[in-house]
Design a protein around this ligand. Sequence first.
Ligand SMILES: [Zn+2]
Length: 300
Amino acid sequence: MLLLLLAWVGATFGPIFWAWKENALVSLGLVLGLLFGYIVQLIWLFSGNIIIIDMLWMRPNNLFDLNIFTLFTSGFLHSTPMHVLSNIVIIALVGIPLEQRMGRARWLVIYVIGLLGGSLCWSIANLGTNTPALGASGAAFGILGAYLAGWPKDEVYFPLIIIRPWPVSLIALIYFGLEIVRTYQTLGLSQPSHVGHLAHLGGFAFAYACLNTVAKNGPVPPGETSEKFGPLKDLPSEHPFENVAHIMEKLYEEGDQKETRQAWMEELTEQTTCPVCQGPLIVKNYRVRCQTSTSHLHWP
Ligand SMILES: [Zn+2]
């Protein structure tokens, strides 16, 4: 049983440490950790050791005893495949762009704030009962709350009806609004619910409130957009490139999408050189520039 427990710890937290060490996105490591951890949970289940889960999920009464660590560990356990997938969708699609805004360390801090904020709210609301709870939903809602507080106008790919870039403010407010309705149905109308809506609202509110403090002095200050993530500049009709008319034609045609603009600009840098120093060109933040100096060329 100890081995199965250690396997879970390694599967869950290993990818996060790996991502940190390799300078990769920790949000990506976390998504992998949640998936791998869930697979180990399935092994617990099929090997008849599911009782291990009882050490790690949270019960409201744990607030007052030595099991207080379950406020944290419960956020890395899930009940059903849908449960883990619905959280991973948010952490991957919204969490990864948020990490690019905040940087790794700050992102981890806000993730833990959402996780613990959700756990605390849920525990306090359910004091006196011994019902267990589990799941990364508080942290996932924390990511929505934090992004809404910092950069509400950003657009990220998300499946609302269809998968396309949606404003963060819209995604966050839909999730938040639905939770308010569900909380009211659960508490106000006394409909039974197995989902910790107060954990969701708690994670959302805590992370929303803390974002400005945590993200201060980060890579992109709250409220600001950087060229990299903001809307694309319109391409001016004038350009300094010669003998690449066929590429420029394509660039003007398809340059309104980030992926195609990037691709045609890269093609351009391969086919032509800096008009001032004849040196190589590079593409940065959807602009073509001379590798030696932006004073030679920085277009558009
Ligand atoms: Zn140059």
